[in-house]
Design a protein around this ligand. Sequence first.
Ligand code: GUN
Length: 291
Amino acid sequence: MILLDGKKTSADIKEEIKAEVSLLKKKGVKVPHLAAILVGNDGASQTYVGAKVKACEYVGFTSTLIRLDDNTTEEELLNKVREVNNNVDIDGLIVQLPLPKHISEIKVTETISPDKDVDGFHPANVGKMALNLPSYLPATPAGIMELLARYDVDTVGKHCVVIGRSHIVGSPMSILMARNTKPGNSTVTLTHSRTQNLKEITLQADIIIVALGKPEFLTADMVKDGVVIVDVGITRVPSTETKSGFRLKGDVKFDEVAEKSSFITPVPGGVGPMTIVSLMMNTLQAVKSRL
Ligand code: GUN
């Protein structure tokens, strides 16, 4: 079994980005600038945005964190997005999801300028992704593709089963794995809450990508020997053993599934850190594509 080590891989990529930023600076090109909008006080979202801002600082990007309170109206948020769209100093913008219930996520996503949409969530970017045209790829799926590429995982003609059809992970993941790219070129089955006989399907899978948010959902009896496992789940579960009072658990029962796997991502230290560097890569791309 080989661990798909997102912590180490992302650290390598951060060094590569840092070197590129130094080079841009030497050439007198502007340093990439990422803006992140966070609405409300959700604990997990604060942690994720904090990690993104920290990663920006590390690689030498400029970052701006815009915090708005829970009762910000939809129009106020849309105006903030428009303001960032029009700010020529800012190269990339993300609005951390989920948003409070009274705000439409799709309206917000559609308001972000596709050129600054480094999350790759705007319909124009999703369409380009589906057509295999250059675009910003959503950070988590892009991070998974990068991890598979760097470990040279063979995906051509393999049966890839994706569990979960969210717009952020499962759905784009199914598109990317089916495209004629490397990695990619897999035969993809996209499964979800209405799928019947899931175990029959996962038992046929060469590659399983689980993005459900249900701790330890995928068990050893659901997978065949030699399977490649990508675990996107990061659920906070209460724990008396940590200072924070919680632990992160993946969607895979790691110990027993690892025994049958050829490659597997750990949680934490697998997909999570790759998501953040993908966002950095997209933000760097935003500057480079204008050169
Ligand atoms: N919430 C969970 N994942 C993401 C992500 O990749 N981007 C944003 N903006 N919000 C998220």
